[in-house]
Design a protein around this ligand. Structure first.
Ligand SMILES: N[C@@H](CCC[C@H](N)C(=O)O)C(=O)O
Length: 274
């Protein structure tokens, strides 16, 4: 079977997007297909597979799978990408509303390559958790911004071993069984954060993680390190903006703004055993 796809990048977090409104991909095949299509040596290559599906009440529904095949209820960079993809397909207007398993999102295509997402409220905030890995103790703040995130402030963002510490914290007993995405954050002048993320499901550092950037922005505001709107520079150098309202640690009006671009389109042959 031949399937049309678009490849998008959102701050260097890259995705394969497929229009699955007619259920060409069966539910039980999604995970193995994600693994295959995201493989950078043998297929298209991406951090995740995103399916655009029919929604009963909104413009469409987003389904997200990491490159290792695991399902995730949300992806911030993927959310901007699917908005761009939906507009390009003619499924949605410049302003749209879509469903994810984390909540409903209002999106707006701002320019050729910039998208704004208005998100649901985050949950499960836990501050100042002590986590010891590889002989070092970290002060971790946890928040679920659609998927689980650990946020850690560091002095030297260039030197921190994101892969080594990120991988160990991701699977630390505090965060099992779900695991956690791990964000290392440096606050710099100009109300700006530098963020590096070890992503669960990619099992490596990615060039950006949208929900991780939101988590880092929220925690920075809660700790008084920054004010909304917070500027964020992702590992790949792209600039994003996070804004929110905070009333005694009750977070609302969360907005993520950042790039999303279609890099190419193609057709991929799916083998029957998928
Ligand atoms: N890259 C995403 C997050 C994707 C899901 C994550 N890896 C998980 O499994 O929790 C983003 O931009 O938010």
């Amino acid at each position: 079977m031949n399937i049309n796809f678009s490849k998008l990048t959102a701050a260097g977090n890259d995705f394969v997007l497929i229009d699955n409104r007619e259920s060409v991909i069966a539910k039980e095949d999604c995970q193995s297909l994600a693994k295959k299509l995201c493989n950078r040596k043998h297929s298209i290559g991406a951090d995740g597979l995103i399916l655009l599906e029919k929604s009963a009440c909104k413009d469409f529904k987003m389904k997200y799978f990491n490159s290792d095949g695991s399902y995730a209820s949300m992806c911030g960079n993927g959310g901007r990408s699917i908005a761009k993809f939906a507009y390009d397909l003619g499924v949605a207007n410049l302003k749209m509303v879509f469903e994810t398993d984390a909540g409903v999102i209002n999106a707006e295509i701002l320019t050729e390559d910039r998208v704004r997402l208005d998100l649901y409220a985050p949950r499960d905030l836990k501050k100042d958790i002590k986590v010891k890995v590889n002989g070092k103790e970290f002060d971790v703040d946890f928040i679920n911004t659609g998927v689980p995130h650990a946020v850690i402030f560091v002095d030297d963002i260039e030197k921190i071993d994101v892969f080594g510490y990120g991988r160990a914290i991701r699977s630390h007993k505090t965060f099992v069984p779900a695991g956690v995405n791990v964000n290392f954050v440096k606050v710099i002048k100009g109300n700006t954060l530098l963020v590096r993320t070890y992503e669960r499901g990619v099992e490596d550092e990615t060039l950006a993680c949208g929900t991780g950037i939101i988590a880092s922005g929220i925690i920075s505001v809660l700790k008084g390190f920054a004010e909304s709107p917070v500027k964020v520079i992702a590992r790949g150098g792209d600039k994003l903006l996070v804004s929110l309202k905070n009333s005694n640690d009750k977070i609302s009006n969360v907005v993520l703004e950042g790039p999303a671009l279609i890099t190419f389109k193609g057709t991929v042959k799916i083998q029957s055993e998928v």
